[in-house]
Design a protein. Structure first.
Length: 212
């Protein structure tokens, strides 16, 4: 039976990442060191050859995708943008530790919402709708393998919702420039909206996780 290969890669680091800030829609560039690190990963560990590349509209993802896949045109998916943190944008957990709204949001209720931002439910709904549209489009056009370069929160949400083995978001953490290789079987996708997570990628992560 025909299968499809999907790669999910986290973008390189920004100063906001290094400062442990909540950075959602703020369009920060990659740091110089992170650009060098992505180029080193590509040179020594190699990103896979793919037929299509999809990305968040933000520079940190677009620029990462162009380094990882210079031979591909990058297709922007607006709904792959990171979480809208609202009033928490640009702040750290330490700066917000006494904020009542922040404490309520951290409890993890699916309907918890950041002030002037979006709820966990709204975030998951838009990310999942965009992902399903991309997958269905690639299956329809027989795009055998493709990559998504995105934000950690977006990719972890995709894996938590669709990945096999099933695991919570925290299980799917990934370093900048790295991610996961998935195998999509059309019958499993149509029946259960599930995709097998078969490996980490690039190959240097292979010793970190095994998939039963």
């Amino acid at each position: 039976m025909k299968t499809y290969t999907i790669y999910l890669f986290r973008h390189g680091l920004t100063k906001g990442n290094l400062n442990a800030q909540y950075i959602g829609h703020t369009d920060l560039p990659l740091t110089t060191d992170s650009i060098s690190e992505l180029k080193s990963i590509k040179a020594h560990e190699h990103y896979p050859k793919v037929d299509a590349v999809f990305s968040s509209p933000l520079k940190r993802c677009l620029d990462s995708a162009k380094i990882m896949f210079p031979e591909n045109n990058v297709l922007v998916i607006d709904d792959f943008i990171e979480y809208n943190f609202g009033e928490f944008e640009g702040l750290t957990a330490d700066e917000l530790k006494d904020n009542k709204d922040f404490k309520n949001w951290l409890r993890g209720d699916i309907y918890a919402k950041t002030p002037f931002g979006e709820s966990n439910a709204e975030f998951a709904q838009r990310v999942c709708a965009a992902f399903e549209k991309v997958v269905d489009g690639c299956v329809k056009t027989s795009t055998d393998n493709f990559a998504i370069v995105g934000h950690a929160g977006v990719l972890m949400t995709i894996l938590a919702c669709y990945g096999l083995p099933e695991a919570p978001m925290a299980h799917w953490q990934m370093d900048a420039g790295y991610g996961y290789k998935l195998r999509l079987t059309p019958s499993l996708w149509m029946q259960a909206k599930k995709i097998e997570v078969i490996d980490t990628s690039p190959t240097s992560l292979n010793d970190l996780k095994t998939f039963q």
